[in-house]
Design a protein around this ligand. Structure first.
Ligand code: GLY
Length: 249
């Protein structure tokens, strides 16, 4: 669905940046996707907090983390990029900024999310999030437009039942997303702590800069994540990449 929306924009001659933003907005608005946007798993305090970032062909970028009650964090990230001198705004400040730009408050926690939290509390007396079991996931989208310009966006509710205020890789430029218009872009999903330790997406792009194909760059980055995370067998992460020659990995 996100790809279809992005293609619609690109085929109509739209920009890579618009395609990246509007593509992931489809997923943010889908309450049946439980790891992005509305209808997501809450944190352990019963609050849905969202993280997102976006990166433009000119290297500009914007990001929000731990934002509550806002349906489209990726659009707030874009506003941070385009309307402020900053890259990243978090928490209540991000919500205040979104409201100041005309966004409306939206209840992101659904009855489904409340039920999941109640069930999780009974089966996790040690209060430890478990990767894979609880459907932890993220959407990242890389786009290349008719002008040959690259952009990307990444958005997530982060780890299910996380500590309130926990931020993963997704809103961190270089970890959950990186785009260099001269080389290519990469975005990540999975256990954010593992991706952050390797600065994953910057690494993928740097491997492409060294001449590796997108697939090899992703594989080398996964190997780096493994080497930096002794608990890797309990973890999961993955990368996608695209270079400016339209090769993907
Ligand atoms: N990859 C999303 C997160 O860990 O928050």
């Amino acid at each position: 669905m996100a790809n279809a929306k992005a293609w619609e924009i690109l085929n109509a001659g739209g920009t890579a940046l618009d395609a990246a933003e509007q593509g992931v907005m489809v997923t943010e608005a889908d309450p049946e996707v439980h790891t992005v946007g509305i209808g997501s798993y809450p944190d352990r305090d019963g609050i849905v907090t969202l993280d997102a970032c976006i990166m433009a062909p000119n290297g500009d970028c914007g990001s929000v983390a731990a934002v509550q009650d806002i349906l489209h964090p990726v659009s707030v990230a874009r506003m941070v990029m385009e309307r402020t001198p900053h890259v990243m705004i978090v928490g209540q400040g991000a919500k205040n900024f979104a409201l100041s730009q005309g966004m409306k408050e939206t209840e992101l926690l659904t009855d489904w999310g409340r039920e999941q939290l109640a069930a999780w509390k009974t089966r996790n007396p040690d209060y430890r999030p478990k990767i894979n079991v609880e459907n932890h996931d993220t959407i990242g989208l890389l786009t290349l437009d008719k002008n040959g310009d690259l952009a990307g966006a990444c958005t997530t509710s982060g780890a299910s039942f996380k500590y309130h205020g926990r931020v993963g890789d997704s809103p961190l430029i270089g970890s959950g997303l990186y785009v260099d218009n001269e080389i290519g872009g990469a975005t990540a999903t999975g256990w954010g702590e593992a991706v952050i330790r390797a600065c994953g997406c910057f690494l993928v792009v740097e491997f492409m800069r060294q001449g590796h194909s997108p697939t090899d760059a992703c594989r080398l980055a996964v190997e780096r994540v493994i080497s930096k995370n002794p608990d890797w067998k309990d973890n999961q992460c993955g990368f996608i990449a695209m270079n400016r020659h339209r090769e993907t990995g």
